[in-house]
Design a binder for this molecule. Structure first.
Ligand code: GRF
Length: 211
């Protein structure tokens, strides 16, 4: 009765790797990653999935948004996915897509939301903006995904000190190591436990009805 997790990626997949490592270390006893989808071909995150024996697919964005999302949804449904994790996934998803996974789709953003968020704020750009603004603390946020970019309910945050000598690269690396790779597996494990318990209760209630 494990919760079935899909991870959507666009690049190196270090957050995916953190989830794979946590699972292999027994830190997510109520869930398993059953599917990885990249929106670009040949990204290293796909290699990470293959090495971990996780089914991995590429769904290209070179079609209409509607067809792109239909392809994503058909894969997610074929693998009976309970929860979707956006881990460095750089495609905008429509309200229509998101409503298939209410309180069941999460995203990791490399800042302390609501700072440095919204359209175009992803990857290194976030850290460039943080250094430009001169913040002394930044970090990462895990939040539910809704129809507003980076706008869903905040589930977990972790702060990271900015060093005077930081470059965007050094800051990104530290935010990943000290924040993203810590809080994402924690939130995924907690949400998997919640979903597993809900699935058990649903089963119990249907059993009661079926006698
Ligand atoms: C990183 O900037 C991360 O903060 C953000 O997506 C980018 C790539 O992450 N979530 P990953 O190495 O592909 O997980």
């Amino acid at each position: 009765m494990l919760s079935r997790v899909a991870v959507l990626i666009s690049g190196g997949g270090t957050n995916l790797q953190a989830l794979i490592d946590a699972q292999q270390q027994g830190k997510n006893p109520y869930g398993e990653i059953v599917l990885v989808i990249a929106n670009k071909p040949n990204v290293y995150g796909l290699t990470r999935a293959e090495k971990a024996g996780i089914p991995a697919f590429t769904v290209l964005k070179n079609v209409s948004q509607e067809v792109f999302e239909e392809e994503l949804l058909s894969l997610l449904s074929a693998y009976r996915v309970d929860m979707v994790v956006l881990a460095g996934f750089l495609s905008i998803l429509s309200e229509n897509f998101v409503k298939h996974y209410p309180q069941r789709m999460i995203n990791i953003h490399p800042s302390l939301l609501p700072a440095f968020a919204g359209k175009g704020m992803y990857g290194l750009r976030v850290h460039e903006a943080a250094l430009q603004r001169g913040v002394k603390l930044t970090g990462a946020t895990v939040h539910f995904v809704n129809e507003i970019a980076d706008g869903g309910e905040i589930l977990c945050q972790r702060a990271v000190k900015v060093h005077p000598t930081d470059t965007p690269d050094s800051l990104q690396r530290r935010v990943m190591e000290e924040a993203e790779w810590v809080i994402l597996p924690e939130v995924v494990a907690a949400l998997c436990q919640k979903i597993t318990e809900e699935k058990k209760n649903e089963n119990l209630s249907t059993k009661e009805i079926s006698w």
